[in-house]
Design a protein around this ligand. Structure first.
Ligand code: ZN
Length: 241
């Protein structure tokens, strides 16, 4: 149904009317077996994307976004949050919370956001944020050590950066001589990615700028009611007090 709708409807029309379309679309998915942890919609099944991800038919959340929200929800009280490249479903949820200060930023004009901060030279004072969400950003950044240093600078002492990227086993794979879109797609899996991290490689780099990173890995049971990924890691990088 979802793929059919995408095929027969112009993209611009879908983007403009996405909320209304999703409300309508979600009626075909209603049920009790699964529930979206972001919008709490109950459904018989998730939409499976071409890449195999499970999308919520109501709010469009990806599996990783639902996991992020599950982690973030208990912490989202009386805090100042900065969210890089904010996915729509979680942005809307956070925008509705009255007891947080929520700032969004996007440098590439891909996501709706309040600011346009360059992560390699962040135009913000030191020690500003309790929580920074930096999901699927660092694998796009040429000087990632500088970006990590900047993230640490604007995080409050005792605050955290919640970080995720695609991961591989072994060492970080990067090669600055690969600059073409075709080359990057071939080597790094996406035309605008500049490396593939390993979990250990990323945590080592975060440690090198003074963060205290903790690896949080989740495994899911077969029932997987929230449609999470079955094996997923988030890095929680704490700034020492
Ligand atoms: Zn949802």
């Amino acid at each position: 149904m979802y793929e059919l709708l995408k095929k027969i409807t112009p993209t611009a029309f879908i983007k403009k009317n996405e909320t209304a379309i999703r409300v309508l679309l979600s009626q075909f998915y209603k049920g009790h077996r699964f529930v979206c942890s972001v919008c709490e919609f109950k459904m018989a099944r998730f939409i499976t994307s071409k890449k195999g991800d499970k999308l919520c038919p109501k709010c469009g959340s990806l599996a990783r976004t639902r996991r992020l929200w599950q982690f973030l929800k208990p912490k989202a009280k009386d805090v100042k949050i900065l969210h890089f490249s904010p996915s729509r479903s979680i942005r809307r949820t956070l925008e509705c919370l009255k007891n947080i200060t929520y700032i969004t930023t996007d440098y590439t004009n891909e996501f709706k956001a309040m600011k346009c901060l360059n992560i390699e030279a962040i135009d913000e004072p030191d020690n500003q944020y309790d929580i920074i969400i930096c999901y699927h950003v660092l694998e796009h950044i040429q000087n990632d050590i500088k970006a990590m240093d900047e993230l640490k600078r604007i995080t409050k002492p005792g605050g955290i950066c919640i970080i995720q990227t695609p991961f591989k086993k072994g060492e970080i794979y990067e090669d600055i001589t690969i600059r073409s879109e075709e080359g990057r797609l071939l080597h790094f899996g996406q035309k605008d990615h500049v490396r593939i991290y390993s979990i250990e490689g990323l945590t080592n780099r975060l440690s090198s700028v003074g963060f205290q990173p903790i690896k949080q890995t989740y495994k899911e049971s077969i029932n997987n009611r929230n449609g999470f990924k079955t094996d997923e890691t988030i890095i929680i990088a704490k700034k020492p007090i």
